[in-house]
Each structure stands twice: as C-alpha cells, then as structure tokens.
Design a protein around this ligand. Structure first.
Ligand SMILES: Cc1cc2nc3c(=O)[nH]c(=O)nc-3n(C[C@H](O)[C@H](O)[C@H](O)COP(=O)(O)OP(=O)(O)OC[C@H]3O[C@@H](n4cnc5c(N)ncnc54)[C@H](O)[C@@H]3O)c2cc1C
Length: 395
C-alpha cells in the first residue's frame, strides 16, 4: 500500500490529523493497535479550548459538538474555604471553553472518516517504522498472520505515551524532561446531573477535588489520592462520602449521587521529549508530551500539535515549502512548554503534597493561592491560560 502520510494511532491526534489532511486532498492511512470499540471506550478529557473547537470545525466534524457541547464562560476555584469564580470570557476578551467529552470527539472523527471512506487499519500488531531519516520511509505491521507494508512520504507518530514512534528514534537524539507527582486522581463517571453549572477545582486539606462534567446529565468527579490507593478499595459510597467531605457544605448538599459508569486511578506526570521530529517522522500529542490533567491541557496540546503539522504539510504539498518541515518541533514545543507550565502550576497550586513539600514550599504554595485568587492580574493569568494561548502562524 502507498500513501502520502502514514499515521500511527487512531486517538484524537491521529483521527483529527487524518480528517484535516483528507479535507485538504492529502492521502493518509491510519494504523491502530486496538479495535474501534476499545478506542471509544476510553474515558478521558472533557474540556476543549477555543483553538481545539476551531480545528474540529475546520475538519468538518463539529455539528454534534456545536449542538450538544456546553459553552462555559467561567470556572470556580474553592481554596481554603474561599470560593472564587473566574469569569473566563470577561477576563480574556471573549474566550470560553466547551465541555464535550473526548469520547464524543473521537466518535465524531471516526464516523467522519468512515463516511469519506478513508482507510483506518484497526487491530494492527507490531507496527514498525523504517527509514524515517531516509528518502523512502515506510511502516510495517502484522494483521491476520501476515506482514503488511505502507510506503509513504511522511509518518505522523500519534500513538500516545506508550506508543512505538518515540521509542523508534535513536536514544542519543532525544532529551526527556519529566516530573512525577506523589499522588494520583481517582475518577468517577456517573449519569447524574453536575453539582454545579461550571467546573469546580477545590483545594482541601483532605486533598484536591475536581467537579467536572461531560453533559447536563453526565458528571465526572476526581479526588486526589495517594499512589498506593487501589480502585477496588473505593466503593461508590466511599467515593461520594469523600467527595462531600472535601466540598463546602452548600455544594455537598446539592450533590446528586448515583452508580458509577467508570472508576479509575490515573497517576499524575509531566513529560516532554525534545525534539518532536526525526527525519520524516513527526511526534504528535501524547507521543511527545503528557501533562497532569489539572489544567485540562492534554487533548488541547494534542490539537495544537495537529494544527501545526497539518498547516506545514498543506504548504509542503501545495506550495513546495519543504523548508517548513524543520520548523515543526520548534513551533509545537513553544506552545507545549506553556501548556506544561500551566498544568504544573495548577497542580502545585491546588494539591496537597504532604511531606514532598517542606515548610518553605508550603508557605510559597499558600502565598501563591492568596495572590492569584485576590489579584486581577492573577485571575487574568489563570483565565488566559485556561482558555488556551493563541496558535502561532506557520510561515
Ligand atoms: C486516564 C487518562 C485521563 C485523562 N484525562 C484527561 C483530562 O481530564 N483532561 C485532559 O485534557 N486530558 C486528559 N487526558 C489526556 C488526554 O486524554 C490525552 O492528552 C489525549 O488522549 C492525547 O491524544 P493522542 O491521540 O495524542 O493520544 P492517545 O489518546 O493516547 O491515542 C494514541 C492512540 O495510539 C494507539 N497506539 C498506541 N500504540 C500503538 C502502536 N504501537 N501501534 C498502533 N497504534 C498504537 C492507541 O491505542 C491510541 O488509540 C487523560 C489521559 C489519560 C490516560
């Protein structure tokens, strides 16, 4: 098989890139290790920045998001018993976020891809990258007991943190930056109305809480838990009781509880690899970087990587601008690092680090909380990062 761009991974990065390229007349094939049902079953992000919304519209997959997504003009922070609403729209000159689940984004992209007849190979085993540095890159994969080959011009490694793309780049070329946090998030998804119209991020001495949502009838709540916790030790009842204990009484009294649809513990980690390019292989999204979910940036950074790579490839194919290929990593990383900074900042601001912070660090954390929540400049800082920093032009 031959294509222009071979994409590894049918998560949001791979599917969005594939859809945008297809619309621009650039042929692409996606190879994915899992089945479509498995991909759709993953419960993950839910807050879309304006830039991500714009990319989904440009890809022509926004009809359901525009009809069902919830536009949020503000977000609430509860810190040390003090409740502060951050009016995102007002503080950023009109920007908002849209609450629409990653699962729904993925479903819309999958359906659009199927409708245009673009090729996605699911259940592809042992995907391997060949000759990424040379003139004739290609992929091989195994399916139904046979080895297949896809020749291509470029390879997009959209295969997430555990994928093979990053690992296929020689170790001496890469620099890794990492911060592992001494806690995780226990998440619960339920078909219950959200406790609040807007998202609530709360710092409490028992640990951090996020009251998030996927729709007017589906809620997603998170509790900070030690890394030693096991999900099977958390009955729904225990989860709801702990959540109530960490929320102010008036909010806790409004909480509607119900059976969980999903419950899981995710460790929190910040990670970036540099560069995000090796010859004709480009790393996109979680393949190159991950963030703790506190800033709602994971999916959104994946979308900005896609935007840069897509805009570059269009100029390569339509205008012969192969010089731009070398700029991808630099462009993408500039925005990635700002997203990493904000995610790290929000994580530091709102979590209880226990013994991992000394007395000085705890005082700094407290001073940060007081400063950011009582200063107009502090609130603007949080607001403009939360709605998403602008994308740079590709020139
Ligand atoms: C548990 C969890 C909770 C999260 N919650 C949030 C949140 O609340 N907010 C937020 O903003 N972000 C969150 N994120 C992050 C967000 O989901 C990711 O940033 C986003 O999924 C990145 O998309 P991606 O397409 O780059 O990677 P992925 O979604 O990881 O997709 C990669 C795809 O590549 C496939 N693949 C992997 N290896 C191979 C291989 N060898 N061959 C072929 N295919 C392969 C995978 O099966 C997968 O389909 C969460 C992530 C996790 C893991």
């Amino acid at each position: 098989m031959k294509t222009q761009v071979a994409i590894i991974g049918a998560g949001p990065s791979g599917l969005l890139l594939g859809q945008l390229l297809h619309k621009a007349g650039i042929d692409n094939v996606i190879v994915e290790r899992q089945t479509p049902d498995y991909v759709l079953g993953r419960i993950r992000a839910g807050v879309l920045e304006q830039g991500t919304v714009d990319m989904l519209r440009e890809a022509g997959v926004a009809a359901r998001m525009d009809a069902e997504g919830l536009v949020h003009e503000g977000v609430e922070l509860i810190v040390d018993g003090r409740r502060v609403r951050i009016p995102l729209k007002e503080l950023t000159g009109g920007s908002t976020v849209v609450v629409y689940g990653q699962t729904e984004v993925t479903r819309d992209l999958m359906e659009a891809r199927q409708a245009v007849g673009a090729t996605t190979i699911y259940s592809a085993d042992n995907v391997q990258i060949h000759d990424a540095k040379g003139d004739s890159p290609y992929l091989t994969y195994e399916k139904d007991g046979q080895t297949h080959r896809i020749d291509c011009d470029y390879i997009a490694g959209c295969d997430g943190f555990h994928g093979i793309s990053r690992k296929s780049i020689p170790a001496e070329v890469l620099t890794h930056y990492e911060r592992v946090y001494p806690f995780g998030w226990l998440g619960l998804l339920s078909d219950t109305p959200p406790v609040n119209e807007e998202l609530i991020y709360a710092h409490h001495e028992r640990g951090f809480v996020l009251c998030s949502q996927r729709s007017l009838t589906r809620s997603r709540y998170y509790l900070q838990v030690p890394l030693t916790e096991k999900v099977e030790d958390w009955s729904d009842e225990r989860f709801w009781e702990e959540l109530k204990a960490r929320l102010p009484e008036d909010v806790a009294s409004r909480l509607v509880t119900g059976p969980s649809l999903e419950k899981s513990i995710a460790p929190l980690r910040s990670y970036v690899v540099e560069p995000m390019q090796y010859g004709k292989l480009f790393l996109v999204g979680d393949a190159a970087h991950i963030v703790p979910p506190t800033g709602a940036k994971g999916l959104n950074l994946a979308a900005s990587d896609v935007c840069y790579l897509y805009r570059i490839l269009v100029k390569v194919y339509k205008e012969g601008r192969t010089d731009l290929l070398e700029k991808y990593s630099e462009l993408a990383l500039r925005r990635v690092w700002k997203g990493e900074r904000f995610s790290w900042f929000m994580t530091n601001l709102l979590h209880d680090f226990g013994d991992a912070k000394d007395a000085w660090d705890r005082k700094m954390q407290q001073a940060d909380r007081e400063y950011y929540l009582s200063s107009h400049a502090g609130l603007v800082n949080i607001a403009e990062n939360y709605v998403g920093l602008p994308y740079e032009d590709v020139e």
